[in-house]
Design a protein around this ligand. Structure first.
Ligand SMILES: Nc1ncnc2c1ncn2[C@@H]1O[C@H](COP(=O)(O)OP(=O)(O)O)[C@@H](O)[C@H]1O
Ligand SMILES: [Mg+2]
Length: 453
């Protein structure tokens, strides 16, 4: 075993590591140690959420940049262990241009308790773009929404609900390519351990569908379409449409905008919730057209279709893709579905009894990437701490021990090339070139987005 120390960036401390059975480097980034294969050189901190700290790194094997997410102490309780295992298995199953995929995986720490997941490095995320002064044209909004829906069509064809779609979980590149990330809360449709999920925190509050706010126990693909509607509105208005500060306020925000629902639109929620709404002052709601005066008729029409109280009447992902608002990009032949659905019962950890089983399963996956780990298999933990269900950070975007806040993306000049389009003679994501097939309307490529610093 060798270990090296190398300074890679002024804000990254790198020291040799001697306790890990591979050629490793330990780099400290904002107080978090990354003990990883020396093949990777940590470059800088790029983000964090409720569960992971993410750094940009150079992969010296091919000199490409990548993102490495550290998930600390994955076996501290059953929920975190299962959540992580589920996320890893999902990422390994997915194969789509608008969904992030795993390049590599490493473990470190006592009993390999810390996990490092390597993915393609993206320039920024949509939360940072929305909060930046960068102008967003209607074409930007269309293209981001189109790619979100294109990725979601694929996820839904896997029978996977993302359940935590929000701007910070949508990674974007300067050329406006978008990839969905963070599958820690993903589940199958109406999962068997549904009650378990209901006690756990589900979907960042602002993007949470009303049926979840109202404690319905039905989980359908429509919950993701609601989140897409919220993201769409946030792209149009540059601020969250339903920024509830707590559970009750979340419902008031929705009632303020959409008005009191017809009883038949909330037939699916528990009687108690329906009585609660009936007892409130009726709300006439607001006109989305007035809230988003610069949005086109088509944009407003699609927004209404996504933000329907009744999940059964909310548009599906295919209907959204076919909506006239996205006509410049929609190309059914280039919107692939999965070859096989993801079987949560078999694939995910529903059958695993707890963190011990999840740990074994995660270790096996890590060995697929690093066969040398096989010989280092640690004894099973005897005193795994189980603190019960972990609550997700409610409401606000991210809460992180490193105290990260969103940096703003500065604007950059417009380019006069045509819009990229998936399909045809090589779409944007296939060739990463701005190829245009005949479209109902020709649009100029929007200004690029860029991460600050
Ligand atoms: N591949 C990546 N490229 C660039 N930034 C990333 C990448 N993955 C994550 N990030 C940044 O890190 C943040 C947290 O990552 P995420 O996977 O959502 O972790 P969590 O599960 O903790 O929310 C994202 O919001 C984004 O800003
Ligand atoms: Mg996240």
């Amino acid at each position: 075993m060798t270990a090296r120390s190398e300074n890679v960036a002024p804000n990254v401390d790198t020291v040799p590591t001697h306790s890990v059975p591979t050629n490793t480097l330990t780099s400290s980034v904002r107080g978090t140690d990354f003990t990883i294969d020396a093949r990777y050189r940590i470059n800088k901190f790029v983000g964090c959420g409720s569960y992971g700290v993410v750094c940009a790194a150079l992969d010296t094997r091919d000199q490409s940049m990548c993102a490495i997410k550290k998930i600390c102490n994955v076996f501290k309780n059953d929920t975190t262990a299962k959540r992580t295992l589920r996320e890893i298995k999902l990422l390994l199953h997915f194969d789509h241009e608008n969904v992030i995929s795993i390049r590599d995986m490493m473990t470190s720490g006592a009993d390999c308790a810390d996990l490092y997941v390597v993915t393609a490095l993206m320039d920024t995320d949509l939360h940072k773009v929305i909060r930046s002064p960068q102008p967003l044209s209607d074409q930007h909004v269309q293209y981001f929404l189109y790619q979100l829906l294109r990725g979601l069509k694929y996820l839904h064809s896997c029978n996977v609900l993302h359940r935590d779609l929000k701007p910070s979980n949508l990674l974007v590149n300067e050329n406006c390519d978008l990839k969905i990330t963070d599958f820690g809360l993903s589940r199958g449709v109406n999962p068997s351990d549904c009650l378990d999920f209901l006690t756990e925190y589900v979907v960042t509050r602002w993007y949470r569908a009303p049926e979840i706010v109202l404690s319905s126990d039905t989980y359908t693909k429509a919950v993701d379409l609601w989140s897409c509607g919220c993201i769409f509105a946030e792209l149009l208005g540059r601020k969250p449409i339903f920024p509830g500060s707590d559970h009750v306020q979340q419902l008031s925000c929705i009632l303020d905008v959409l008005g009191t629902p017809n009883p038949e639109h909330i037939h699916h929620v528990p009687e108690k919730a329906r009585r609660y709404i009936a007892g409130l002052q009726p709300s006439a709601g607001k006109e989305l057209r007035t809230m988003y005066p610069n949005a086109s008729e088509e944009a407003v029409s699609l927004l209404y279709a996504m933000l329907h109280w009744d999940p059964a009447q909310r548009c599906t992902v295919s209907q959204a893709l076919s909506h006239p608002y996205l006509a410049a990009f929609h190309n059914p032949a280039a919107e692939p579905v999965a070859e096989a659905p993801f079987d949560f019962e078999v694939e995910a950890c529903n059958h695993e009894r707890g963190s011990e089983d999840a740990r074994e399963a995660l270790f096996k996956i890590a060995c697929r990437f690093r066969p040398e780990l096989e010989g280092t298999r640690a004894p099973r933990l005897s005193n795994v701490e189980n603190k019960g269900k972990r609550s997700r950070n409610l409401g606000s975007e991210s809460a992180c021990s490193t105290g990260c806040t969103s940096s703003l993306a500065p604007g950059v000049p417009n380019e006069s090339t045509n819009w990229p389009r998936y399909g045809g003679n090589g779409g944007a994501a296939q060739g990463r070139t701005a190829t245009v097939t005949p479209t109902p309307r020709q649009t100029a490529q929007p200004s690029r987005v860029r991460q600050q610093g």
